[in-house]
Every structure is written in C-alpha cells, then in structure tokens.
Design a protein around this ligand. Structure first.
Ligand code: 13P
Length: 270
C-alpha cells in the first residue's frame, strides 16, 4: 500500500461515547525481533487508511522487539502505537532482569500492560504490586492498560463483580483523577483467555459497564467517562464485531489472533 500520511492515521472519536477506540494485539512471549518486523510490515501493508480512523492500533510486543519496532514505525511513518507487556515499578537500581518504565518510555512505548492475568497467576503479582506498576507507568508519561478479570471458579461462585471491584479499587487508589482519566482497563475474564471461549457481547458489556461504574463511584462521572475500557479473551475476526459494538466497550485486547497479521487485520476491519 502507498505511504500513508500520519495525519490521516488518527482514530476518530466514536460519537456514541465521545471516546476513541483502541485495538491492541498482545503478542505475549512470541515473535523474535526479526519476526516482529515482518509481522508489522505485513500488517501495515494489509490495513487501509480508514482502518486507522476506526481505532488506534497498537502492537504490544516483547521487550527485545521494541527498539526494532520503534525504528520501523518511525522510519516508515506507520500508524501503529507501541506497547510493552510489563515493567518493574522502580525506575532503576539493583533489580537484575527487570525493565523500568522510564526505559520503555525512551523507546517510544505508549502503552504498558499492567496486571495481565498471566503475570498475576504465573508470576505471583498481587493487587499491591499491580498498583505500584500502574503508578510507575503513569509517572513515565505512558498509559497503563490495567488488566482485570475473574477466574472460572470466581464466576461460578457469583463473585465476578466483587473481584473486578477489588482489582480496580486497589490498582487505582494512588492515582490522581487527572491521570486516571487516561487509563485503559481491559476486562479479560480469565476463563476466556486462550480458551477459544470468548465472552458473549452481553458478558463483555456487563464487565465494561461494571468497571466504569466502579470508577464512577470511587471518583466521578468525568473520570469514568474518560477512561477507555477494552474487552480481551479469545477475540477473533468472527466475534470482534459483536464484542466492540457494545456502547461500554471501547476496543479489544487480542492475544493469539494478533500473531497472524491477516487475522489481526480482519479483526480491525470487521
Ligand atoms: P487470547 O486472545 O489468546 O485469548 O488472549 C487474550 C489476552 O490475554 C490478551 O491480553
């Protein structure tokens, strides 16, 4: 596709919500930097300028890919934003193996996932660690994508709303309203992640509305109306449309299906 002008690649405001939409692909621990470059080039080729008007499109890549993708996106004036999957909450020091928020900001990273369920369950991140990371991301002028969601067991026990409320409440406790207005929260029911069993549009809409109402009750309507709330969990080109159609859902956080540029492009275009 011919070079696209960056100005035409800005997402339009959704008139129903007064917010823009965001579609982000979380690659998880997949794609080395060479594969990452190829995937982003292919995605760039597949998308039309109008697709960028529908939603901001973000690639959330492993740390080792970020520098290559930053250079590629800048040099070819691509319309993607760059995301990272995690960071540590301290800004520097003796924390072997960790990556700080200021380091990511220097790489042109705009979004950082915080509290993804795989971090919570496999790496033992609890709500208080998630809160510290969220604060660190904001302090480096990036936007956290806070991931929240109940497990199958919690859902069966009728505890979904209690779990979401707790996760959101603790995570945002120390964040001032002005920053909180910029937050992205992804409702990712754990039972829908990587299972092929996506939530229905009704479930997704319920989760997003509940999260918004928690922010409203803890802060204000102005803050909750500004926050972006995404749905994630087994999103594919077949279900993307109905999931994003709900008024309370501002976009999608796509895992497995974002690894195939053709499928990811179909999700954006659906
Ligand atoms: P899947 O789309 O593979 O279910 O993963 C969802 C996810 O965890 C996105 O962060």
């Amino acid at each position: 596709m011919a070079a696209k002008n960056r100005e035409t690649l800005q997402p339009k405001i959704n008139p129903n919500t007064n917010r823009t939409r965001l579609i982000a692909g979380n690659w998880k621990m997949n794609m080395n930097h060479l594969e990452a470059i190829q995937a982003v080039q292919k995605l760039h080729y597949l998308l039309r300028p109008a697709d960028y008007g529908f939603a901001e499109i973000c690639v959330i890549a492993p740390f080792v890919d970020l520098r290559s993708l930053q250079l590629l996106i800048d040099s070819d004036s691509m319309g993607f934003s760059l995301g990272a999957q995690n960071c540590y909450f301290e800004s520097k020091g003796a924390f072997t193996g960790e990556i700080s928020a200021p380091m990511l900001a220097k790489l042109g990273v705009r979004y950082v996932l915080v509290g993804h369920s795989e971090r919570r369950t496999i790496f033992g991140e609890d709500d208080s660690i998630v809160a510290k990371k969220l604060k660190a991301v904001f302090e480096s002028q990036m936007i956290p994508i806070l991931c929240v969601g109940e497990t199958e067991q919690e859902k069966q026990a009728g505890r979904s709303s209690e779990v979401l409320t707790r996760q959101v409440q603790i995570a945002i406790e120390a964040v001032p309203d002005e920053l909180l207005k910029r937050i992205v929260i992804a409702y990712e029911p754990v039972w829908a992640i990587g299972t092929g069993l996506a939530a229905t549009d009704v479930d997704a809409s319920w989760g997003a509305s509940h999260i918004r109402s928690v922010i409203r009750s803890l802060r204000s309507a102005a803050v909750s109306d500004s926050a972006h709330i995404l749905y994630g969990g087994s999103v594919n080109a077949g279900n993307a449309r109905s999931l994003i159609d709900s008024e309370s859902v501002d976009g999608l956080l796509v895992g497995g299906a974002s690894l195939d540029p053709e499928e990811f492009a179909r999700i954006v275009q659906s």
